[in-house]
Design a binder for this molecule. Structure first.
Ligand code: FMN
Length: 192
């Protein structure tokens, strides 16, 4: 299986990057190939512009969007790694989702209103968060955020097998963080 890991964090030595590294090591130990897409390092522009709109009239998409779509087309599993920002994705990653999963490529809403145009893929999210995991699971806001990612976007884009890992306590003790890194490794190894 080929795994694309999309990272949204400005600092290469961040805990988010460390989690992706361990996830990749787990995936490689299970025999998978891994490709990284570091959106900050690559300077991806998350702003939806007038050039993004012709897709709705069967027009072309901008070149940077086509390049991201090509990466997705060659993967069997997509992992999004991002720190939780106000119960959601960082703006950079939200803009990547907005721009890249285009009408007529990811979905159509005309012939098949609820059917993705993409083949089935495994979708993984690695989401470090400062709050502890108990707060996330007890808090209905956590449930809502997870439903928006799952049903509101990723399932819509053909990601049938969703594995959302909210890793609470990401700013905790070294032992706590080591436990979260181990969870990321296990998630990579368990890809299939
Ligand atoms: C703008 C911003 C918003 C944040 N919102 C949340 C939040 O809603 N819930 C939470 O538990 N942590 C929140 N955090 C904390 C980050 O999720 C946490 O610092 C990060 O996961 C740690 O990983 P890092 O060291 O890779 O940045 C927020 C941090 C920032 C900078």
């Amino acid at each position: 299986m080929h795994v694309l890991i999309v990272i949204s964090h400005p600092r290469p030595n961040s805990f988010t990057h460390a989690l992706t590294q361990r996830f990749a090591e787990g995936a490689q130990a299970a025999g998978h190939t891994v490709e990284f897409a570091d959106l900050h390092a690559e300077g991806f522009d998350p702003r939806w512009q007038a050039e993004d709109e012709p897709q709705f009239e069967d027009g072309p998409s901008p070149d940077d969007v086509l390049a991201e779509q090509a990466r997705i087309e060659r993967c069997d599993a997509l992992c999004l790694a991002f720190p939780l920002y106000w119960y959601g994705m960082p703006a950079l990653l939200k803009g990547w989702v907005d721009r890249v999963f285009t009408w007529n490529w990811a979905y159509d809403q005309v012939e098949n209103p609820d059917v993705s145009l993409l083949r089935d893929r495994i979708g993984v999210m690695l989401v470090p968060a400062a709050a502890n995991t108990g707060k996330w699971t007890q808090d209905s806001l956590g449930t809502v955020a997870q439903r928006i990612w799952d049903e509101g976007s990723m399932r819509y884009f053909g990601f049938k097998d969703q594995r959302i890992h909210v890793l609470g306590g990401a700013e905790g003790s070294p032992a706590r963080r080591e436990g979260l890194l181990a969870q990321a490794y296990d998630a990579g190894q368990a890809l299939g």
